[in-house]
Design a binder for this molecule. Structure first.
Ligand code: ATP
Ligand code: MG
Length: 434
């Protein structure tokens, strides 16, 4: 007999076979209620002393919760069963027996602490509301892919092992690469730009990136995922922002459309943002922060406290997503283009969701002399960057792009405060397993 998903039981056939985890065993003496859980749902299996075959009753008794089982039997309507139907088994096979005790309770009846949960993530993921997050994440990725594909972007795969850092600083992970020093990439930045010199014009990548973050915050991972894109022949950063906001809108829309049942499971209601998204300048953000008692010196990054003030103002005006653009040049990486009208500023933006930065982007420098000057001004070592600089010597179009943290995006739209929850197997300074 073919296997039926538990969610399809009751669809007309009177005999079915279901396979899954024995999630629940409730013993009321002469009657026992079992629950079998699979990827799509759960079904009640009812066994009765005076009705069920004795050999089945014996197997049920000796089978611990969370064992993988195969059950065949009659579908019976029962208004008291979850879903309105149950199975009365005439075959019950244990495919893989679970050990006792369980490291945590996937029914969620007893709370496990966060370390126990992540140490035993496979079991934690058996909880339906945990797995729902990853269906939503999957939908978000598809939404991004669909959107970029429709707009003529090519999906690319760039190296993850490299010889130089991209975002400066010491936040790189060195690796042993035969006799040489190499690093895990901090972002796809340099390679996305090489693709502009290669003539691809519109590229994107959904990629991991690694940063040896020193601070432990609820929004930083050492291994994170980024939706990265880059496009050529732009007039300025506004061209990039226009595509960016469409990507964000389409990601949310695809989640709502295709994972609505998962949002329901989590009790979350999401609104698809209307375009254009709100735009404010860095200077305006500083004014808001100062009015709310959080002064930031011009030229400094906007810290989380000041950002909360800015985001409160934006939220009061009905904006969860908003851009902050025109950052001072010195707050941004070397590859961003200074504003030709006023070089103190750069042609940059961040996209925020409330107080969290979701992305950074802008127009890049495509002029080699200017690029070399910026690199020198920032005191960077160019010895490992010749492969990058060469790409600017033989014709480089004006270009720009953004990198958006996928983990931050998913956590943000779901209102999840700890980024680890939206990552299957998170990597942090304290966690390298499983
Ligand atoms: P932050 O200031 O929040 O540490 P950043 O400005 O250093 O971020 P960018 O270099 O702008 O980060 O990277 C682009 C995007 O990638 C960020 O806006 C963020 O969404 C994501 N990102 C960067 N670093 C991390 C990290 N350690 N963990 C999770 N996401 C990250
Ligand atoms: Mg940034």
């Amino acid at each position: 007999m073919d296997r039926t998903y538990t969610s399809d039981v009751g669809g007309g056939s009177d005999k079915v076979k279901v396979q899954g985890w024995l999630r629940e065993k409730r013993d009321l003496g002469s009657i026992k209620f079992l629950v079998v859980s699979d990827r799509k749902g759960e079904i009640q299996i009812t066994v009765k002393d005076d009705e069920t075959d004795k050999s089945i009753l014996d197997v049920v008794d000796s089978t611990p919760r969370e064992s993988v089982v195969s059950v065949e039997g009659l579908v019976v309507e029962n208004s008291q069963a979850p879903g309105g139907v149950e199975i009365h088994p005439d075959a019950f096979e244990v495919i893989s027996k679970s050990k006792k005790p369980l490291p945590l309770d996937p029914r969620g009846k007893q709370d496990a602490n966060i370390d126990t949960r992540f140490d035993n993530r496979f079991m934690d993921l058996r909880k339906k509301d945990r797995m729902a997050i990853f269906d939503i994440r999957d939908a978000a990725c598809r939404g991004a892919r669909n959107c970029l594909e429709k707009r003529g972007f090519m999906e690319i795969h760039t190296p993850k092992i490299t010889v130089s850092g991209t975002e400066g600083g010491a936040e790189v992970f060195p690796i042993i690469y035969y006799e040489r020093e190499a690093f895990l990439v901090q972002s796809a930045q340099l390679y996305k730009q090489l693709m502009q010199a290669g003539g691809a014009e519109r590229v994107y990548e959904i990629t991991p990136q690694w940063r040896a973050e020193k601070s432990r915050t609820p929004r930083h991972l050492t291994e994170s995922w980024s939706v990265d894109m880059e496009m050529s022949f732009i007039d300025d950063q506004e061209d990039v922002m226009k595509v960016h906001e469409e990507v964000v809108r389409d990601m949310v829309e695809f989640v709502v459309k295709t994972a609505g049942d998962k949002l329901d499971k989590l009790g979350i209601d999401i609104e698809v943002p209307e375009l254009p998204l709100k735009r404010i300048t860095y200077d305006e953000a500083l004014e808001i922060a100062e009015e709310e008692g959080e002064k930031v010196e011009w030229g400094e990054d906007i810290g989380i406290k000041a950002m909360r003030k800015v985001s409160e103002r934006m939220e009061n005006q009905g904006h969860d997503f908003y851009f902050i653009k025109r950052w001072p040049s010195n707050t941004k990486s070397f590859y961003y283009r200074p504003d030709p009208g006023d070089k103190k500023y750069s042609q940059t933006f961040d996209l925020n969701y409330r107080s969290w930065e979701l992305s950074s982007g802008g127009q890049r420098i495509h002029d080699l002399d200017l690029l070399e000057k910026r690199i020198k001004d920032q005191g960077m070592d160019t010895s490992n960057m010749q492969f990058y600089l060469d790409a600017f010597r033989y014709g480089m179009p004006p270009h720009g792009g953004f990198g958006m943290g996928l983990d931050r995006f998913v956590a943000s739209i779901l209102g999840i405060e700890n980024i680890k929850e939206v990552v299957l197997f998170p990597r942090t300074p304290d966690r390298l397993e499983p």
